[in-house]
Design a protein around this ligand. Structure first.
Ligand SMILES: C[S@@+](CC[C@H](N)C(=O)[O-])C[C@H]1O[C@@H](n2cnc3c(N)ncnc32)[C@H](O)[C@@H]1O
Length: 221
């Protein structure tokens, strides 16, 4: 397999330099996922430019924030973003995917198998998995507001060290809502990455880290 010239051009246009072996795996992921997208509603990002500028950009920002050996859950994986690109970009971390819609979880399982990645897929609500499993980081994009995540994870902080949420410009409003509802009581929230989204100059993506205050969250204080 060789690199699709349109994928290479999109990487170039967005100034992303990726090792060719990794780029080929990312290409295989996008192509396999797009095949499944013809039957299931997995993504609207069906061009190389959208894949690179919307999906890969977020994953490339998230990848360096994880430490070697981490056990990471992608909650609400849908089409596999960010979990699958993350597993490709960072083979030194253990990624699992949670997707509550059975048909999508099944497609994710097939995509993972085709790519030969060591990534378990759970057809379950991510927060329910935390009854039985422990993860150092729960990562997520486009699944719920900050307040909703705080509510989901609230009973399970013994099973999670931190949440890493990929958000767009509305994150400030969401933080306001979460504060208003008291959802952030006993939690810390820090923006640990900010990057241009490219659609217009003012539009920024962020990665928010949320973790428990006090001794339980000592490693991130
Ligand atoms: C809008 S899609 C986002 C998919 C992907 N993360 C992305 O950024 O493109 C949200 C997905 O999360 C799933 N979902 C929503 N709540 C969930 C939960 N509590 N646990 C697991 N999956 C969930 C939905 O079924 C849907 O597939």
């Amino acid at each position: 397999m060789s690199l699709d010239p349109e994928f290479a051009a999109a990487l170039d246009a967005h100034s992303m330099e990726i090792d060719e072996v990794i780029a080929l795996k990312l290409q295989a992921y996008a192509e396999t996922m797009w095949r499944w997208n013809e039957q299931l509603n997995l993504t609207r990002h069906t061009t190389w430019d959208l894949f690179v500028s919307r999906d890969l950009r977020d994953c490339l920002q998230l990848a360096p924030l994880l430490e070697a050996g981490e056990e990471v859950l992608d909650l609400g994986s849908g089409n596999g973003v960010p979990g699958i690109p993350l597993a490709i970009l960072r083979p030194d971390i253990e990624v699992s995917l949670a997707e509550s819609v059975a048909k999508r979880a099944n497609a994710l399982g097939e995509i993972i198998e085709e790519l030969g990645l060591p990534v378990p897929v759970y057809a379950a609500r991510g927060e329910d998995l935390l009854e039985d499993f422990r993860f150092s980081s729960v990562v997520s994009r486009a699944v719920g507001s900050i307040a909703k995540f705080c509510r989901w994870i609230e009973p399970h902080w013994a099973s999670v060290d931190r949440l890493l949420l990929i958000k767009g410009p509305k994150w400030v409003e969401e933080r306001g809502e979460a504060r208003h509802l008291g959802s952030l009581a006993n939690l810390q929230l820090r923006r640990i990455a900010t990057y241009p989204l490219g659609d217009d100059e003012a539009s920024e993506g962020v990665i928010l880290q949320i973790w428990p205050s006090g001794p339980r969250g000592a490693r991130y204080n």
